[in-house]
Design a protein around this ligand. Sequence first.
Ligand code: HEM
Ligand code: NFK
Length: 269
Amino acid sequence: MDTAKHEPQGVTYAGYLALDDLLSAQKPRSDQHDEMLFIVIHQTKELWLKQILHEVALAQTLIRAGDLVPAYKSLARVSRIQAVMTQSWDILATMTPSDYLKFRGDLGASSGFQSDQFRRLETMLGLKDPRFLRFHAERPQAHAALEAALKAPSLYDDALRQLSLAGLPVPAEVLNRDVSQSYEPSEGVEAAWLEVYRDTERWWPLYQLAEKLVDLDDALLTWRHKHVITVERIIGRRQGTGGTDGVGYLVETLKRRCFPELWSLRTKL
Ligand code: HEM
Ligand SMILES: N[C@@H](CC(=O)c1ccccc1NC=O)C(=O)O
């Protein structure tokens, strides 16, 4: 067996980072200068999504095992990455509407709507919609990963189990729910979180967990919000390439909450 390439001495910067693959993956379809920026922004976002999925998976494993404190590190990292993704809208906004329209036709019916990693993240956070599977019929790995996430408990399902194990009254129908369905808000769960928020000293680890989850939901909404604003700034009220009515559809997505009771409880405190 040739072990030479496994020796640390043989490692090079370009080899370790697979730069030849990475830097040959930008393939503009037009001769428009700004299409390179459009591709790089999207590829960067997919890389960050890959890292976020890696961290959420670890956080979920730790939470399921009751190791809440180590999970905070991963969750904090996720919301910092989300902040970087939100900031990158400002780079894209340097592209004028007419610059974008010059190559928009070359994008065909492709759209961020079809990002399997984005859907997997939403799914792991509890926003489940099996209709998005159909976009990935031709990519077996992406399809299988999204399908597995749809069937598995979400990060919130695992957090609620910890709430119950700590002795808080989480309703049995929530603990035994069909996890392949989107989570429906529950008054019982809200009441359990209210106890945590009313006596943070007693429930400190769960309170910290809840606030880390709110950080994620908050950062996802902030990203969505900046997306809508940038979209309106660049294409106005045009329809989306992915087939939605564009800004109208994106505004509706601002209503989605991954951890609904962690928002609603604030009115009751
Ligand atoms: C010129 C820039 C952009 C425009 C005009 C734009 C427009 C749109 C529109 C209209 C939609 C709705 C689906 C459709 O009908 O196509 C959408 C969805 C989406 N876009 Fe963009 N987008 C832009 C850039 C980006 C970038 C840079 C990202 C990621 C970094 C992104 C990620 C997404 C995602 C994830 C969705 C699905 C949202 C959901 O269903 O909740 N978009 N985009
Ligand atoms: N939906 C965008 C096109 C677009 O932004 C896009 C196209 C291909 C790959 C990713 C994209 N990003 C987000 O939707 C549009 O309607 O102009």
